[in-house]
Write a protein that binds this ligand. Sequence first.
Ligand code: NAG
Ligand code: NAG
Ligand code: NAG
Length: 480
Amino acid sequence: MDLHLTWMVFLLLITRSLMDDIKTHHMDDFIKVVETIELENHAPNPLVVVRALREAAGVDTPFIQYYLGSRSDATVPHHLVIKPADAGYITKVTKHRVTVLGVEEGVVLTADGTTVALAPLLLGIEAGLRSTSLGRVRGLYPLTLTKNLGQSFFQHAQSKRPASSPVGPGGCWDSVMTPRVFTLSGVASLATEALITGGMDGVILGSHVAEHSSRPLRLSGLLKQYYNHQLSREGLDAAPALISPLRRSRFRKLANLTLLKRQIRRTVATYQSLDKDWNKEVEQKVNRTKMEQIVNEGLKEFVHSYMDCPAIVPRCMWEAEPYRGSPTLLSLPLAFLFIHHTYEPSQPCLTFQQCARDMRAMQRFHQEDRGWDDIGYSFVAGSDGYLYEGRGWHWQGAHTKGHNSKGYGVSFIGNYTSSIPPQRIMDLVRLQLTKCATDEGNLVSDFTVHGHRQLVSTSCPGDALYSEIKGWKHFEEVKQ
Ligand SMILES: *[C@@H]1O[C@H](CO)[C@@H](O)[C@H](O)[C@H]1NC(C)=O
Ligand SMILES: *[C@@H]1O[C@H](CO)[C@@H](O)[C@H](O)[C@H]1NC(C)=O
Ligand SMILES: *[C@@H]1O[C@H](CO)[C@@H](O)[C@H](O)[C@H]1NC(C)=O
């Protein structure tokens, strides 16, 4: 080989391996790989693709086969060509496991700042696409959610050193821009936040595609539509229902406690009949009454954390600077909720990237210019559909002078002098955040809502937003 050609080959190899490195654990990169596979195989139907992805990743157990058929099953043709590099990447981002160091694998970061496990998501979509008649999707809940929940509940109840909760925890990425390593923020349960969130998306998309009228043309198209929806100026109120920021409200419409309880009981029974080891382990230790109790207690935690509470973007996701000094612990429950607007930034933020940038800007302003320890607010509401963690539930904020030890300060990003935030965003605070807080014992059940201006000489939270919160159930005039 002449020297020139050797160099060319060498450069080509380097470029190839750099390109592989460029692919991160971001949903956008996963979707790009799916698109490549669709293109190279002349755009096959989504069921063939989702099935091929699962086979490439080696996600296949007797439990999955029970619902989706085995590899030799002739009902789904599978003659897709997947390049080894793509197959390697798919395995890396799809196969779920938690390492001894607490790194969670098989999860990706989505454009809205959420982390989801791909396996339960793809299993839900596959189950939905296989359904032949409307309304009946074989294995939808077991494959996405209820096996993980059921196993986690039992493990939690029987473990000598259980995780603090049978659901969760979440975690933090090594980098939000180029995510590769996701480290859990506590002891892993068998139903981590990413498994649950991916499972909820699996239920939502699986039941959507089960209806023949809403069969997607392409898997990549379905994922983009759900995870990469761009909000228009009208914001979340004008958005379609099937987008990732509306996951929790969508899931609440599909599932309820009765349904989930029944699904878990069925799933556990099926799993026991398929996995003899697990069967023995559980049967030796728990009778029927005890089993019922374990499921009820676990489900209560799940419903509280993932259906009643709003999703709150943790500090590491918006890349917060550390707290300065030593924080003051609040003595809970508090009696007040104080409503603010940020005024500046004056524009509502419509994407995770923008809201995270706004959070960093406000923290910088509060720490550098005001000389405070941290961003002043307890929580901040973006117009992207998410709440952002400021000082959180436990640490005293700097939001309402003279009253910071008595209430949480929640601020809406934007200038609400002459317009109000989207209804869906206000409901996140008015209904979800307050229910979450009272159930958890962070707010008293007969808490009081005040606008910032009722206690401090300021126009905050803006004329328009102030007259809106005057109609909230817990709003009160200030008692002298
Ligand atoms: C809960 O879900 C079940 C099954 O889908 C349904 O029959 C029942 O009416 C629902 N209950 C409520 C209170 O919505
Ligand atoms: C079931 O087990 C629990 C303890 O695990 C025990 O307290 C209870 O009496 C048992 N009930 C029956 C009907 O055996
Ligand atoms: C806030 O909105 C009011 C009314 O629309 C406007 O007069 C004011 O200049 C705005 N302030 C900022 C900082 O945008």
